[in-house]
Design a protein around this ligand. Structure first.
Ligand code: NAD
Ligand code: MG
Length: 395
């Protein structure tokens, strides 16, 4: 029986994780569930999964959850605050940590799980974009097993040789596929005026609002390029992006002999989640099988066409920031979190997400953060700079 802490259990990835865990009660037990403020959702989850701990980041929400759980006679202990996230991620009784918090807010708990040597299932890509080499050093130091949950990175992991030592000598290129999001065929003037509702209407995936906006701007793919660089230890130039609107091929590895291995499946995050939980074996995930005979044809588009370069300028910031000091990806992530929140609050236009990211990158002298505290300082500086720009630009 493996004990699992699900960080961010009330979100899209969290709910999908619990769906997979529910299918395998003989194999997994929920140890801890965490949420920011969604008290009702966390209450329902606690009553069903009976975890040892429930963490609410917000103190008032934690008090409310505690009193409601008491009324139901629940034995779940409620903790509050950010440090409690790291406590349930590194607890000695935990085997597996699902990192499904959105944004840099999940970084400290990821590092705690890594240092404690857990099997760390990484959905929270921002944590790796912010943490970069510091994050990977914690994985190494703690002897953790870091497994990707992002569908592209899970696909690449499934397409790579089992023997890690062979990766560097056999891999030519990693090809990340991208659906192109809801604005793939829109003109730049339409994209400029896009609303939060339009940006969140993804054609193939149902996800949280932050990643939905990132998918619409293709900043999600930029974050994924950075994520792939650290996960698979390749050069930025070895990572390519290919638009594949049907989202059936989840990503591919091209080898030095130009043979290509791909991973396919229906677009359903329970696939990569089940693989992360069960690796190196496999378990039933609830995902529907592909029906090849009745499938529409698969199509591909280059991201380097002039139209796509104009539509999605943010995508190219990935390669640029990976060439600079390691703090550049930290700054980019922080600016983007501020920009997406401002766009969702209708304070800036959609195209200003890129402008804000660009301006924040240009404004800050990059440093190389060496540890978690210096990463958090740089993250805070970049947020403050981006917020100042935002105030000046607010519509
Ligand atoms: P979501 O917004 O649906 O859920 C986020 C979860 O994190 C919630 O449980 C929320 O309570 C918690 N949370 C939010 N802010 C927090 C904070 N400051 N401190 C602590 N907890 C906080 O997000 P999601 O779509 O489930 O995405 C989660 C992560 O997984 C993101 O990093 C995203 O990029 C990544 N991801 C998501 C998908 C997907 O299909 N949704 C696919 C690939 C990767
Ligand atoms: Mg992805």
């Amino acid at each position: 029986m493996q004990q699992v802490s699900v960080l961010g259990s009330t979100g899209s990835i969290g709910v999908n994780t619990l769906d997979v865990l529910r299918r395998h009660p003989e194999r997994f037990r929920v140890f801890a569930l965490t949420a920011s403020k969604s008290t009702d959702a966390l209450l329902r989850q606690c009553l069903e999964f009976k975890p040892q701990y429930a963490v609410m980041v917000d103190d008032q929400c934690a008090l409310s959850l505690q009193s409601q759980l008491k009324q139901f006679g629940s034995a779940t202990e409620v903790l509050s605050g950010h440090d409690a996230l790291s406590e349930v991620a590194s607890h000695a009784d935990v085997d597996i940590v699902m990192a499904a918090i959105v944004g840099a807010a999940g970084l400290a708990s990821c590092i705690a799980a890594a240092l404690a040597g857990k099997r760390l299932l990484l959905a929270n890509k921002e944590a790796l974009v912010v943490g970069g080499a510091v994050f990977m050093a914690a994985v190494e130091k703690g002897g953790a097993t870091l497994l990707p949950i992002d569908s592209e990175h899970s696909a690449i992991f499934q397409s790579l040789p089992d023997v890690r030592e062979l990766w560097s000598e056999t891999v030519d290129k990693l090809i990340l596929t991208a659906s192109g999001g809801p604005f793939r065929t829109w003109s730049t003037s339409q994209i400029r005026e896009a609303t939060p509702e339009q940006a969140c209407a993804h054609p193939n995936w149902v996800m949280g609002r932050k990643i939905s906006v990132d998918s619409a701007s293709m900043m999600n793919k930029a974050l994924e390029i950075i994520e792939a660089k650290f996960l698979f230890n390749v050069q930025p130039a070895q990572i390519d992006v290919l638009i594949h609107p049907q989202s059936v091929i989840h990503s591919m590895v091209q080898y030095v002999d130009h043979s290509v291995v791909a991973q396919l499946g229906t677009p359903d995050m329970r696939g990569p989640i089940a693989y992360g939980l069960s690796w190196p074996t496999r378990v039933e995930s609830g995902t529907k099988p592909l029906d090849f005979a009745s499938m529409p044809s698969w199509t591909f588009e280059s991201i380097r066409s002039p139209e796509h370069q104009e539509r999605f300028p943010g995508l190219f910031l990935a390669w640029e920031t990976l060439q600079g000091q390691s703090g550049a990806t930290t700054v980019l992530n922080a600016a983007n979190e501020v920009a997406v929140a401002a766009f969702l609050d209708r304070k800036i236009r959609f195209d200003e997400i890129y402008s804000l990211n660009r301006a924040t990158l240009d404004a800050l002298a990059f440093t190389t953060p060496r540890d978690l505290p210096s990463l958090l300082v740089l993250d805070a500086e970049a947020r403050s700079q981006a917020t100042q720009f935002c105030k000046a630009w607010s519509i």
